[in-house]
Write a protein that binds this ligand. Structure first.
Ligand code: A5P
Length: 231
C-alpha cells in the first residue's frame, strides 16, 4: 500500500505528545491506525491511557489492541486527538471524510485541546479541494434535494457502496463535492459557514482552525512537524 512507511512514522511521531494519564482521540484511516499500535506499546510500558474512537472501524481496531475506550459523552474534554486527513493546506485547514467518518472526527477534534494531524507528503496542497472531492454528510431524508442545494458549489455525487447509497456510522449519506479550482486558505472559513447552514447537511469535511500540529512523514522515514497557532 502507498506510503506505508511515511504514514507509520508520522503516526508514531504524533504519539510522542502523549503523556501518562491522557485521554486521546483516536482517528480513522490507514494513517491513524498506526497510532493505535504505538498507544498499545505505551500502555504495555505502564501508561494509563483512555481513548475515544472516531468510528466503529477504529473502535474495533482499538479493541483488538486492548485499548480502553470511552464514549465522547463520558469525558469533558480530550487532551489530544490524532487523526489523518485527505488534504492539508498551508494554514493547517483540512479536508477529511474520505473514509466517511468526518462527523465523529470533527466532534472529537473539537473536544480536544490539541489536534495532531498525521499525513504523508502527498496530502499537502496549496488549495483544498482542487484534486480531492469534499465529502459532505447529509441526511438520507430528501437527499436529492440536499444534493441539488449543494450543487451550487460544484458538481456533487452521492457516494455509493455495492450499488447502494453509502451509509456512515450515523446512518447518513455522503455527497462528494467537486469544488472547481479548489478553495484558497482565506476562503475556507466562508465555505465552512455556507455549507453548514444548508438544511439536510449534517456535517462537511472542511476542518477549519482545528489543527494544532501537522506531522508529515516521508517514505524515507523522516518527519517534518508544522506547528499551527490556534487563532
Ligand atoms: C476518514 O473519514 C478520513 O477523514 C480519514 O482521516 C482520511 O480519509 C485519511 O485517511 P488515510 O490516512 O487512510 O488516508
Amino acid at each position: 500500500v502507498a506510503h506505508e512507511a511515511a504514514k507509520q512514522i508520522a503516526a508514531r511521531t504524533a504519539c510522542s505528545w502523549i503523556t501518562d494519564g491522557m485521554t486521546v482521540g483516536l482517528g480513522t484511516g490507514s494513517t491513524a491506525v498506526f497510532a493505535l499500535d504505538r498507544i498499545a506499546e505505551l500502555m504495555a510500558s505502564g501508561y494509563q491511557l483512555a481513548g475515544v474512537a472516531t468510528s466503529s472501524a477504529t473502535e474495533e481496531q482499538a479493541r483488538t489492541r486492548g485499548l480502553q475506550l470511552l464514549d465522547l459523552n463520558e469525558v469533558e474534554k480530550l487532551d489530544l486527538a490524532i487523526d489523518g486527513a485527505d488534504e492539508v493546506d498551508p494554514a493547517g485547514n483540512l479536508i477529511k471524510g474520505g473514509g466517511g467518518a468526518l462527523t465523529r472526527e470533527k466532534l472529537v477534534a473539537l473536544a480536544a485541546d490539541e489536534l495532531v494531524i498525521v499525513v504523508d507528503e502527498s496530502k499537502l496542497v496549496e488549495r483544498l479541494g482542487a484534486a480531492f472531492r469534499l465529502p459532505v454528510a447529509i441526511l438520507p431524508f430528501g437527499w436529492r434535494h440536499t444534493l441539488r442545494r449543494l450543487s451550487r458549489f460544484g458538481e456533487g455525487e452521492l457516494r455509493t457502496r455495492d450499488g447502494l447509497p453509502y451509509a456512515t456510522d450515523n446512518g447518513n449519506h455522503i455527497v462528494d463535492l467537486q469544488l472547481p479550482g479548489g478553495v484558497a486558505p482565506e476562503q475556507v472559513m466562508q465555505l465552512d459557514h455556507d455549507l453548514s447552514v444548508i438544511p439536510g447537511v449534517v456535517e462537511h469535511g472542511l476542518f477549519v482552525g482545528l489543527t494544532t500540529r501537522v506531522v508529515v512523514g516521508s517514505d524515507d522515514r523522516q518527519t517534518r512537524i508544522i506547528e499551527i497557532p490556534r487563532v
